[in-house]
Design a protein around this ligand. Structure first.
Ligand code: GLN
Length: 560
């Protein structure tokens, strides 16, 4: 039988419940001998975040099974190494549609359906179903939102009721609260936390562990005060001070006795092994290199919409003892000529064009890609980044003037990127995308193959458009290498330029950032960071394109 650990949060949103949950999961996982499930309960009425604007909700994370879920799953997977499943993200939207379906099927036998007991029972059934399916040692359940929100009430009530069913010794409640600092006195204040815990208790949940989030380490005096005001032992209050590097959090919790507290509450023996984790942290503390990578997109002022890309860079950097700085480049500004591409990319060691939708900023991204290609700056294109790299190559190397994606220009003379005929009939919004992990066969001898060191890889996807098969031949004839294809060879999954042409010009139709782990970085990000380290001294040289017939041509901006 699994032990349940609930993680809730109060006072305000954005306290980092996701990273706290992920950190606790990493501690409990030990060497991987313990099975962990992480469930996220989100109060909103959307079925999933797939239809929400990233500016409002941050990145949409995609699981292997293709479900679009909350970005906290990124933390769970990167810290714990679990691979989430769609039903581990319970939204109120999913919960109520399930209830309404049951009502229509007549499953409630004439009863009036209410939040209590029906919605609450449904939540508990959902958790228990996941437990029965996977038989984990621990079920970590993060309750999204802030205690006191209308939308998470049914989840908190289900958490309160669970011990009646499985016993109090099998349940632990961890609560994140917040101690603001008064600017004028520099003092940490406990009152909001007192009110917050009183509110949680009024809902029937008595927290076992408090994580007191604050800007400073909790001074002894404040810990004592909080402990007496909320009537909790001092050693059950963990100081959750802001950290520069989120991967320090498991260690910070461990050092303050989180594992001992959980062992005590759950009556469980918990072993922890953080040796590898600590070694990687040491690399971060003592980097040998310092590089800057430009992320060129259109949501660059909301960094959360690129959370996994940032973390994938950090994870790769940590393994290569390299500090990766990020320069955010708004490609709309390049497109509008507010700033030149040269000026924007001055002093950057590498370039990423990440995923995206729609036409704003696209011509700016294409200029960036051309600049990376011609100046031999290590480049990684992700999803839209691959599509636009193909368009750039078609326009400037294959001489297909005005080549485009039909997403941007449905009347382009050269629809290099298009919706394939087999996808054209799908009309329902949520269902039109190619979502989730798909296999790709990698071509022996390519850079991509050498980085993955595998013949078949499964990366996750989230897109509608594809490289149009009608143009595969002309692209390849002009020197673009297809390093990975779908098993039926219809879909281009990975491209690259030969190593004698460019030190690192790689793009993928997938989102490899979604499978990066702190303890196992994503190969293409590892390759990019490594290429940036090696390339630090490279001067801007024109690009040499090797055609398959071995006749090379020199391409410079002047000759095109
Ligand atoms: N807009 C492109 C498509 O739908 C790329 C999507 C993405 O980058 N995730 O195919």
């Amino acid at each position: 039988m699994a032990k349940y650990i609930f993680i809730s949060g109060g006072v305000l949103s954005g306290l980092g419940k996701g990273t706290a949950t992920a950190s606790i999961g990493r501690l409990l996982k030990n060497n991987g001998d313990k099975k962990i499930i992480v469930v996220k309960c989100d109060g909103y009425l959307n079925v999933d975040p797939g239809t929400m604007n990233p500016i409002e909700h941050g990145e949409v994370f995609v699981l292997n099974d293709g479900t679009e879920v909350d970005m906290d799953f990124g933390h769970y997977e990167r810290f714990i190494g679990v691979e989430g499943e769609g039903d581990w993200n319970i939204t109120s939207g999913k919960l109520f549609s399930r209830l309404i379906d049951k009502e229509r099927e007549g499953k409630f036998l004439g009863k009036t359906i209410q939040i209590i007991p029906h919605a609450v029972d449904e939540v508990i059934e959902w958790w228990v179903d996941i437990e029965n399916k996977h038989n984990p040692d621990y079920m970590l359940i993060e309750i999204g939102g802030t205690v006191g929100d209308n939308e998470n009430f049914w989840f908190l009530e289900a958490a309160r009721r669970l011990p009646k069913r499985i016993g109090r010794k099998n349940v632990a409640y961890v609560h994140l609260t917040y101690l603001p600092m008064l600017y004028n006195t520099g003092e940490l204040k406990t009152k909001p936390a007192q009110r917050d815990i009183a509110l949680l208790r009024s809902l029937g949940i008595h927290p076992d562990v408090l994580i007191a989030r604050s800007h400073y380490n909790l001074p002894k005096r404040i810990r004592k005060k909080l402990s007496s005001m909320v009537d909790m032992k001092e050693d059950r209050i963990i100081s959750g001070v802001d950290v520069k590097n989120i991967y320090e959090i498991p260690v910070m919790f461990y050092e303050q006795g989180m594992v001992n507290i959980l062992s005590e509450i759950l009556n469980d023996e918990i072993n922890v092994n953080l040796e590898k984790w600590n070694n990687i942290l040491e690399n971060i503390k003592h980097p040998d290199n310092d590089i800057t990578i430009a992320i060129c997109g259109k949501y660059t002022d909301l960094h959360d919409s690129y959370a996994s890309v940032i973390e994938a860079l950090n994870n790769a950097g940590a393994h290569l003892k390299t500090n990766v700085n990020i320069k955010w480049i708004e490609t709309t500004d390049i497109e509008n000529n507010t700033i030149s591409v040269e000026e924007s990319l001055k002093n950057v060691d590498g370039i990423i064009v990440p995923g995206g939708f729609g036409s704003r900023g696209v011509e700016g991204k294409i200029k960036v890609i051309r600049y990376a290609r011609e100046n031999k700056i290590p480049f990684l294109g992700l999803c839209y980044g691959l599509q636009l790299a193909v368009i750039e190559y078609a326009r400037n190397i294959c001489n297909l003037k005005d080549a485009n994606s039909t997403e941007i220009n449905p009347n382009t003379p050269y629809p290099l990127i298009d919706i394939l005929p087999e996808q054209k009939n799908v009309v329902n919004k949520g269902g039109t995308m190619r979502l989730g992990a798909y296999p790709a066969n990698l071509v022996m001898g390519t850079l991509v193959h050498s980085l993955y060191n595998k013949d078949v890889v499964y990366e996750r996807h989230r897109h509608r458009y594809e490289v149009n098969p009608e143009y595969h031949e002309i692209l390849q004839k002009n020197g673009l290498m297809f390093s990975g294809m779908s098993p039926d060879k219809r879909l281009v999954e990975f491209i690259e330029l030969p190593r004698n042409v460019h030190p690192y010009f790689v793009a993928t139709q997938a989102h490899p950032e979604l499978k990066s782990r702190f303890e196992r970085p994503a190969p293409l990000f590892y390759g990019l960071v490594r290429a940036c380290i090696k390339n630090e001294t490279t001067s801007n040289k024109p690009t040499e394109i090797i055609r398959p017939n071995n006749k090379s041509i020199i391409v410079s901006s002047q000759t095109q």
